[in-house]
Ligand binder design. Structure first.
Ligand SMILES: Nc1ncnc2c1ncn2[C@@H]1O[C@H](COP(=O)(O)OP(=O)(O)O)[C@@H](O)[C@H]1O
Ligand SMILES: [Mg+2]
Length: 253
């Protein structure tokens, strides 16, 4: 279906202004945000996606941002809009962190950013939790294994550069599965100062923790929790490729 893009000029008025200034902004704030978008050369926004604000469809919403599909030139991107009530003063920190992870091929590619906005590659796909719920039939085991493996490889590279994502225990929100690739998103809570625990957190979420682990177990029988925890312990002590690969073998991915 053809997507319909709405000019950003229309976002000055309700209901559209709710998107640029969620949950409540003054007229001045909205005007200044429209100016900011013009400087970023964003001309239109497409209201589509699985989440809604009022009756308007968007790509997603968290505590920091509201994410919508936009057009810049002829290309589509995801725009993360800083919420008015966000604890973050600007999008600078997140944009620096996203650039850093992009350098090791992790995360959506960052295009540009400003005080209240971050423009990045649009990841067309399903949240991991939705994706795994729909997974069935021939080939689902191998699809699941290659998806998990790809996420673990990203996490290993993050561990190697001393970067901690910070929210990987919540896989359902921060892993998007597309047709051709799997992408980690939301580096808003990330840090280069904490001890990285990406591989450990994601392994726990995939195999040991709550809901997702049960779904994974239904698709293929895994090693015992004791074995997994053992492999994780060795990996934690020494985050080498060798220990990482031993973990992959235990996880059967
Ligand atoms: N690059 C992207 N492409 C497509 N959807 C995205 C993208 N980035 C975020 N989203 C969607 O928007 C939601 C909120 O974004 P997120 O970065 O997690 O915001 P917050 O920092 O507020 O938690 C995500 O859960 C996801 O559904
Ligand atoms: Mg989030």
């Amino acid at each position: 279906m053809a997507r319909s893009f709405i000019s950003i000029k229309k976002f000055i008025k309700k209901p559209y202004s709710n998107i640029l200034g969620y949950p409540n902004a003054t007229n001045r704030q909205i005007k200044s945000r429209i100016n900011e978008l013009e400087k970023l050369k964003i001309k239109s926004i497409c209201l589509t996606g699985p989440t809604t604000i009022g009756n308007l469809e968007i790509l997603g919403k968290g505590y920091v941002g509201v994410v919508v599909l936009v057009k810049k030139g002829n290309k589509e991107f995801a725009l993360k809009i800083r919420r008015i009530d966000s604890q973050r003063e600007n999008m600078k920190n997140e944009s620096v962190l996203l650039k850093l992870v992009n350098s090791i091929n992790v995360g959506p590619k960052i295009i540009d950013s400003s005080k209240n906005f971050l423009i990045m590659e649009y990841i067309d796909g399903e949240k991991f939790s939705d994706w795994i719920s729909m997974l069935k039939g021939v080939g689902s085991t191998s699809q699941l294994k290659s998806t998990i493996r790809s996420v673990l490889e990203d996490c290993f590279r993050l561990d190697q550069i001393g970067f901690d994502h910070g929210e990987l225990s919540n896989i359902s929100k921060h892993v998007i599965v597309g047709k051709n690739k799997v992408t980690l998103i939301d580096f808003e809570s990330s840090s280069t100062k904490r001890r990285p625990s990406n591989v450990t957190s994601i392994t726990q979420a995939f195999f040991i923790g709550s809901g997702i682990a049960k779904q994974v177990q239904k698709i293929y029988k895994n090693s015992s929790k004791e074995k997994i925890i053992g492999a994780l312990k060795s990996y934690k002590q020494e985050k080498t490729r060798e220990n990482f690969e031993k973990l992959l073998i235990i996880l059967k991915v």
